[in-house]
Design a protein around this ligand. Structure first.
Ligand code: P6P
Length: 299
C-alpha cells in the first residue's frame, strides 16, 4: 500500500497527512544532491560545526518546499540560527528539522537521514505535545518511518520516488545492542557504571556516527543509544529539538522510551532552538536502568 493511501486508511488528519506527503516528496530531491554537493561548505552552523554542502542543500530544499506549500507556520532547522515564520501559513503546525543528520558520513557512503518533529503550533514546547514525527533514512534503501500517535509505520521508496508500506505498527524488541556516543575517558561516574553494566550483560557495541541510523537500528533490533552528558559538557552534544524529541517520540510510540538520564526527555520544555541534551533512547528496561543508576548516584 502506498503512503498516501495508508495515511487515509488510518484516518490521519488531512492537513497532517499532506505535511507527511510533502516531506516524502523531498526525499528524491535531496538524494539527487548526494552525487554533486558532497564535501564541506565554507560555513559553520550556530553550533560552530562545519556545514557540509549537503546540509545546506537539504536545508534549502526543505525550507523552500515548506514555504511554498504554506502547510506550516513555524520552521526550525539545525542549520538555521532562528525560527522561521512562514508568511500566509494555512495551518498552525510547527516543524523541527535536522535536514541531514550524519552528513559527514556521506563521503564514506554510510547511512544518513532527515529527522522531523511535528508540533501543533510553536516548537518551543515539550516533545510530549508533538502530533507526530518522521525520519527519512538514506541507506541501501531509502525508507520513511513516521508516527502520528497511532503506531510507528515504515515505508520504502521505489525507483519512482513513491513510498510503499514495508512494516506497520513497528514495536521495539528486546535486544542486546548499545550505541555509546562520547569518549570513554570523558564518561561521568554514573554513565561509566551504566555502560559497564550493559557490557557485563553481553551487549554488543554498534555506533556509526549517524544518530538517525543508529536509533533506527535500535528501533528494529532493541537495546539502547546514548550520547550522554560528559566531562565539561553537562548537556552532552545532541540537540533537543532536532534529534532528541523527534526520535524520542518515535521510539516511545514503538513501546520504548527516551530519557535525559534523570527523567523523560519528552517532558523537557526547550528554552531555545539550540538547546542540547543528554540522550538515552531505546528499550524501557535500559532506560529504567540508567534512571535508577542516576538516582542512586545522587548527582
Ligand atoms: P561524535 C552527527 O554529527 C551527530 O550529530 C549524530 O548524528 C551522531 O550520533 C553524533 O553527532 C556523533 O558524534 O562525537 O561521535 O562524532
Amino acid at each position: 500500500m502506498e503512503l498516501n493511501d495508508f495515511l487515509k486508511e488510518k484516518g490521519t488528519d488531512e492537513k497532517l497527512a499532506q505535511l507527511i506527503m510533502l516531506f516524502s516528496e523531498q526525499a528524491g530531491v535531496i538524494k539527487e544532491g548526494f552525487l554533486s554537493a558532497r564535501g564541506a561548505a565554507d560555513t559553520k552552523n550556530v553550533y560552530g560545526e562545519t556545514q557540509m554542502a549537503l546540509d545546506k542543500w537539504a536545508d534549502e530544499v526543505l525550507i523552500d518546499a515548506l514555504r511554498e506549500s504554506r502547510l506550516v507556520r513555524w520552521i526550525a532547522t539545525e542549520e538555521q540560527p532562528d525560527i522561521i515564520e512562514v508568511e500566509g501559513a494555512i495551518n498552525q503546525f510547527g516543524v523541527t528539522i535536522d535536514p541531514l543528520d550524519g552528513s559527514s558520513l556521506i563521503d564514506v557512503n554510510l547511512a544518513v537521514g532527515t529527522i522531523v518533529g511535528l508540533y501543533p503550533g510553536h516548537v518551543l514546547e515539550p516533545g510530549n505535545t508533538m502530533v507526530g514525527a518522521l525520519y527519512i533514512l538514506y541507506g541501501p534503501l531509502t525508507t520513511l518511518t513516521y508516527t502520528t500517535g497511532t503506531g510507528v509505520h515504515e515505508f520504502v521508496m521505489g525507483n519512482d520516488g513513491r513510498f510503499t508500506l514495508m512494516q506497520e505498527n513497528l514495536t521495539i524488541p528486546e535486544g542486546k545492542i548499545y550505541a555509546p556516543g562520547a569518549l570513554r575517558k570523558d564518561y561521568l561516574p554514573y554513565h561509566k557504571q551504566f555502560i559497564e553494566q550493559l557490557e557485563s550483560e553481553g551487549y554488543k557495541l554498534r555506533f556509526s556516527g549517524s544518530f538517525v541510523a543508529d536509533v533506527h537500528l535500535i528501533l528494529h533490533k532493541g537495546g539502547l543509544f546514548t550520547y550522554p552528558a560528559f566531562a565539561g559538557k553537562d548537556s552532552g552534544k545532541l540537540r533537543l529539538l532536532f534529534e532528541g524529541t523527534p526520535m524520542g517520540k518515535m521510539v516511545s510510540e514503538a513501546g520504548g522510551a527516551i530519557s535525559t538520564g534523570r527523567g523523560n526527555l519528552l517532558d523537557v520544555k526547550p528554552t531555545a532552538v539550540s538547546d542540547r541534551t543528554p540522550i538515552y533512547v531505546g528499550g524501557k528496561r535500559e532506560i529504567a536502568l540508567i534512571e535508577s543508576i542516576v538516582k542512586g548516584s545522587g548527582t
